[in-house]
Every structure is written in C-alpha cells, then in structure tokens.
Design a protein around this ligand. Structure first.
Ligand SMILES: NC(=O)c1ccc[n+]([C@@H]2O[C@H](COP(=O)([O-])OP(=O)(O)OC[C@H]3O[C@@H](n4cnc5c(N)ncnc54)[C@H](O)[C@@H]3O)[C@@H](O)[C@H]2O)c1
Length: 350
C-alpha cells in the first residue's frame, strides 16, 4: 500500500515513538494528512511533549503532507468519533497509551482509561468509519515471566506480571475480535524497550541521566542481573512504517466467513544486553557528550537493589516472523544508539 495522499491518524504522536513516526511520515509522504491526537497528559513532563510537537510542526513546514494536531482523550468517545467523522482516516496507528510497568501499582485507573476504554473507542471508530489498516502498539511485557527465550509470538502470554501488560494483552484480544467480527485489517506490534533521542524520562536510560546530573544514586534492579532487548527508535520507526504499508490480507474461510485479517509481531533488536553493559556505555557517552564531567565518580552513584514488583529479568525478542514478512531486522547497536541519545540530551538539557 502506498501512503501518499492518505489520511493517517497517529494517536500519541507527541509521545516518544509517535513523534518520531510523524516526522518520518512527513518526510516520506507525497501529499496526504497526518493527524496527531494526544491528551498531552502529565505522566511525565508535558514540556517534552510540547517540544516533540514543535519538532513535528517544524518538519511539516517543508513537507508535502499536512499535519493537524488535536488535543483530546481517547477515552472521550464523542471527541474521538468527531475526528473520524471529520477526517475519515484510512490508516490508524494507535500509540497513545498509559505506559510504564511500575506506575500501575499506584495509578491503575489511568491504564484502564487509556489502554482499555481508549482502545475500545478506537476499535469502535475503526468499525463504524471503515479503515484500511489499524496498527497498534502492544508490548514485550505481555510475555510476563516467560523463561523460554527468545520470546516467540507462539509462546503463551496469559500470565501478565503487571496491569500494563494485562491491558496490552487485552488490546490484542479485543483487536482480534474486531478483526474477526468486522473484517478490520489489524496489526499489533510488541515493542521491546525502545530508546533514543527525545525518549521517555520514566525509562531507565533517561531517568538515570537525570539522577546522575543531580548527583543522585541510580538503582540497579535485581542486582544487575537483568537483560533487555533494547531497540533503537529509528529501527522501530522503520518497522512501523513497513507494517503500515502492508495490512494483513482479507480472506474468506471455508465457512464463507472472513478469516480475521489480524497479525501480531515482535519488533526487537534480538540481542539482549546486560543492563550493566548498557549502563557502562551510557556513562561513557554522557561524558563524551559533555553532559557529565570526565572525573564523575560513577561507582559512588550506583546502588544494587532487589527486583521490583511487576518487573521481569529478561526480555528477548524472536523477530523472525517480522523479518520474513517485512524484510527488515533492527540493526542499530547500543553504542550507536546511546551516542545519538546522549548528543540529543546535551542539546535539550532537561
Ligand atoms: N517506549 C517503549 O519502550 C515501549 C515498549 C513497549 C510498548 N510501548 C508502547 O508504545 C506506545 C508508545 O510509547 P511511547 O514510549 O511513545 O510512550 P509515550 O508515553 O511517550 O507516548 C504515549 C502518548 O500517549 C498519550 N496518551 C496517553 N493516554 C492517552 C489518552 N487516553 N488519550 C490521548 N492520548 C493519550 C500521552 O500523552 C503520550 O504523549 C505505547 O502504546 C506504549 O505502551 C512502548
């Protein structure tokens, strides 16, 4: 599918992944419209969302596609429906969500509102206004405490370790039901720890940066026995972009009823890194970028602590199906990725 001239709704686009996607689409598309929809909530500093929105708008100035920003909550059905009624998006990329695996312990309502009610409203709108492809963000957290590695989409995902994971798994189930009932081509993407410039301040690499700058101590969970399949933002965006253009095919089964045009993929680097190696590179790059002084005493600012409730020790993506279907494999390593992140941070400074 060619995206030129299309109207594309990207929810959560002043968010981390959404902003990078909107900018990529503005560069790629010939004509068309990108609608950004976001509540600009204060889960983390909304100034960063404003900053990203500004970057999108700057990129839109020289683009052939148009960009429209609408501030609204996915859980507000009337507002969301009015967007579909007015613009009739052909492609919907739902990235808006309440993210984070620890925040859910004290703020469960936010997950139910955004990830369940909000996502249900997206599905209903896709049903009533007919879209060509719904792409939505799921998460590696659906694998819960899976000890079989790498994580395959054939593995069981019915033992979530936290409410975030439970809502993301629910989204996959809801989308499957809507694909079956209403023949809505839908693709769910399980992202694995995405990082990069203008990332999320609640994620480890960014929160560690802020703490080290303030001279505070960073906590290293599970005494450093953690591995994460870090995926650099540009790799994620390349993946999402390819997926958007290739909706699952609509087919009819032997019973004469539609086979749900529904797919779920992992997108991860496929190379889990030990958190201590990741921290070592982060520290070196923070010094190299001039964010921290050369003589910074990192040893004095790290504390090894037990595993946190809701966390998992290892995430490791088997992205073979994704590679085969989209001819792409994430390939940016943490050295290169963290360098881009720290250089960006040095220029942003907050
Ligand atoms: N970043 C990662 O490592 C990662 C990993 C796995 C999955 N994901 C998923 O990818 C998606 C994008 O993540 P991100 O890192 O860009 O997060 P983000 O928090 O930066 O972006 C999400 C955006 O959604 C908006 N939002 C939240 N609830 C909303 C609502 N009810 N209505 C309208 N807007 C709302 C927020 O204001 C925010 O700007 C999310 O669905 C997240 O769960 C991210």
């Amino acid at each position: 599918m060619n995206l030129n001239h299309k109207t594309i709704l990207v929810t959560g686009s002043p968010g981390f992944i959404g902003a990078h996607l909107a900018i990529r689409l503005l560069h790629e598309m010939d004509c068309g419209t990108i609608i950004s929809f976001d509540s600009m909530n204060d889960y983390y500093d909304p100034e960063l969302k404003e900053y990203r929105l500004k970057r999108i708008e700057e990129n839109a100035q020289n683009a052939s596609a148009k960009h429209i920003f609408i501030k609204g909550n996915l859980a507000d059905k009337a507002v969301l429906n009015s967007v579909f009624e007015r613009y009739h998006p052909q492609i919907v990329v739902n990235l808006a969500a309440q993210a984070g695996v620890r925040y859910c312990i004290d703020h469960p309502d936010s997950y139910i509102e955004s990830n369940l009610i909000g996502f249900y409203n997206i599905l209903e709108a896709c049903r009533h206004y007919t879209v060509e492809h719904l792409v939505f963000a799921s998460s590696s957290s659906v694998y819960g405490g899976n000890t079989k590695i790498p994580f395959s989409t054939d593995d069981k995902t019915d033992q979530p370790m936290n409410l975030y994971a439970a809502t993301k798994k629910s989204d996959e189930l809801l989308a499957h039901a809507y694909a079956k009932l209403f023949n809505i081509p839908s693709t769910g993407l399980r992202f694995f720890t995405v990082y990069g410039p203008a990332g999320r301040p609640d994620m480890f690499y960014y929160s560690a940066t802020l703490k080290l700058i303030k001279g505070e101590t960073i906590q290293i969970y599970n005494y450093g026995n953690c591995k994460r399949d870090f995926t650099y933002i540009d790799d994620i965006i390349e993946g999402v972009y390819r997926v958007m253009k290739k909706p699952p095919e609509k087919k009819t089964g032997e019973d004469g009823l539609p086979i749900p045009p529904f797919k779920v993929y992992n997108i991860g680097g496929g190379q889990p890194e030990n958190i201590l190696d990741f921290i070592d590179i982060l520290q070196k790059e923070l010094v190299r970028a001039g964010v921290l002084p050369k003589n910074y005493d990192f040893e004095a600012h790290r504390e090894f602590v037990p595993m946190q409730m809701g966390d998992v020790a290892v995430t490791y993506a088997d992205s073979l199906a994704f590679e085969q279907d989209f001819n792409f494999r994430p390939n940016i390593g943490i050295q290169e990725g963290l360098r881009s992140y720290t250089l960006w941070y040095a220029s942003y400074g907050k």
